[in-house]
Write a new protein. Sequence first.
Length: 228
Amino acid sequence: MHIVLSLGGSLVNTENGIDTVFLNQIRQILEKSEHNFAIVTGGGKAARKYANEVRLKGGNEFEADEAAIVATKENAKAVIDVFSAGKSNICKKVCLDFDNARKEAKKFRFIAMGGTIPGITTDADAALLAEAINSRRLVNISNVDAIYDSNPKENKNAKKYGSLDYSTLINLACRSDTRKAGENFVFDILACKIIARSKIEAHFVSGKNLNDLENAINGKNHNGTIVK
Ligand code: UTP
């Protein structure tokens, strides 16, 4: 079975470019585990930049999304490059769609994919990929350490959830739709609904806490949030 990792784009591509140190740390943790992995990368700042460039030229939102998807695929390629240099058994091409990913997952221990179609996010891609390849576990790695009942950056009394059921997760994601633009909930609503309908166990951890990350991929307890 492949475990699906949803890897936030801003962790892959930082202000200082591709974070090869971080990607190598992840590679070592994954190599050590007994599992196989399908890694879905977000677009980070580059996605917003590419999308805005298209909008400035008069492009529509579909076209802006298409440009943003390019950034997600660049990040998937960065993962492939680091894992290949580390001699991991990774598919050398970025998987372009779910069908492609399903085929490559049969051949490789590691596969990497970015976005797929306009209108969704790589969280939803990761959830759909988990369904497509019958994965039972998804690990979301972002720059927040867990799921909270409100934005912890704005509310110092925000309550952190150690565990959640699917319906509470969906309620939290729906509620966040009314928040200010740019203040996205940690996992988008479509992704929440997909993991709920297939009962995929989801772990939410920070990329800065490698211990949590390692425990999450191995299905052990950690300081983030477990949804099941
Ligand atoms: P994400 O929003 O998934 O990446 O995709 P991110 O910004 O790194 O987010 P986190 O950190 O993982 O939460 C970036 C953009 O790419 C487009 C959307 O415009 C999205 O906002 N996209 C991505 C798609 O249109 N379709 C996809 O399948 C994936």
